[in-house]
Design a protein around this ligand. Structure first.
Ligand code: CP
Length: 309
């Protein structure tokens, strides 16, 4: 089956194809259209980790395409009674869904499920590994606002070590020819980023210099068991995105954040709410278009159409 488990391994033309498809759905006239491409298909969203944006936008995307969408509430499911992940997956598979959308706290869990079920699987975030539809919606937002990805100076700042959003974005943006910089405290910087063509710095001022796009990340405390946890005040002082720090970037800089945002921790409220520079709301809007495109493209083969890639 056609799955979308990560951005790593996708060819530039495959990324561009998904972005072009999503572009179609991002047109306001099409976003509200119920085209019926997925009519008669059953989509199950199984989110083993919390979500607002990804879950709701996958639900809306499926419904706008005419699918019967079922979202499993993990908190109220038999997962809480000790059922294993694979048993839960095989149980869902036995109900013959046509597409599964899965989020899980363990890296690799979604790929494991994909290897056991009989339908396309979309990764809605697995641990600190990948969040492919987030990187696609970020890229679509940048393309809309800047007209391109190639050659742009893009700073990705904050808790990079624990961020699946950063990993997916690194793969996508480097593959599409952007100049990508990672900015993080030494304790939250993964090693050897240069092998992916990413430059690394611990200084916000250096990383933000002349940047066309600044992408902020949340401190992911849920993934920091036992490791160094900065205080919020300390973190904001050195790594918070303030007006002063943003002045180092290009005049027409675009500020992004995947959400959920922690105001006063990684980003100042005045920057988050800056209507000219912040694309945070547009990112959410593009999320629906990207998820419509991914659901459409990945189910083409089971709808008797030519498959993807
Ligand atoms: N960006 C993102 O994945 O948000 P949610 O956790 O709310 O889905």
């Amino acid at each position: 089956h056609d799955h979308l488990l990560g951005i790593e391994g996708l060819k530039p033309w495959e990324i561009a194809f998904l972005l072009d498809e999503a572009d179609r759905w991002s047109n306001p006239e099409n976003t509200r259209l119920r085209e019926g491409a997925l009519t008669g298909l059953t989509q199950i969203n199984a989110f083993f980790e919390n979500s607002t944006r990804t879950l709701v936008s996958f639900e809306i995307a499926g419904k706008r395409l005419g699918a019967d969408v079922v979202s499993m509430a993990v908190g109220a499911s038999s997962v809480k009674k000790g059922e294993t992940l694979l048993d839960t997956a095989l149980t869902l598979n036995a109900m013959h869904p046509d597409v599964l959308v899965i989020r899980h706290e363990a890296a690799g869990a979604v790929a494991l499920i994909a290897s056991k079920v009989d339908c396309p699987v979309l990764n809605a975030g697995d641990g600190a590994h990948e969040h492919p539809t987030q990187a696609l919606l970020d890229a679509l937002t940048i393309r809309h606002r800047k007209g391109r990805l190639t050659g742009l100076k893009i700073a990705i700042c904050g808790d990079i070590l624990h961020s699946r959003v950063a990993r997916s974005n690194f793969h996508l943006l480097a593959s599409m020819g952007a100049d990508v910089r990672a900015v993080a405290p030494p304790t939250l910087m993964p090693p050897a980023l240069d092998q992916f063509g990413i430059s690394a710095t611990t200084s916000m001022e250096t990383g933000l210099k002349d940047a066309d796009v600044v992408m902020m990340l949340r401190l992911q405390r849920e993934r920091m068991q036992g490791s160094y946890l900065p205080s919020e005040r300390e973190y904001f002082r050195f790594y918070g995105l303030t007006e002063e720090r943003l002045a180092h970037a290009a005049d027409d800089v675009l500020v992004m954040h995947p959400g959920p945002m922690n105001r006063g921790v990684e980003i100042a409220t005045s920057v988050a709410d800056d209507i000219q520079r912040s694309a945070i709301t547009e990112q959410v809007e593009m999320g629906v278009a990207v998820r419509m495109a991914c659901l459409d493209v990945l189910t083409r083969r089971i709808r008797g159409l030519e498959g993807w890639a």
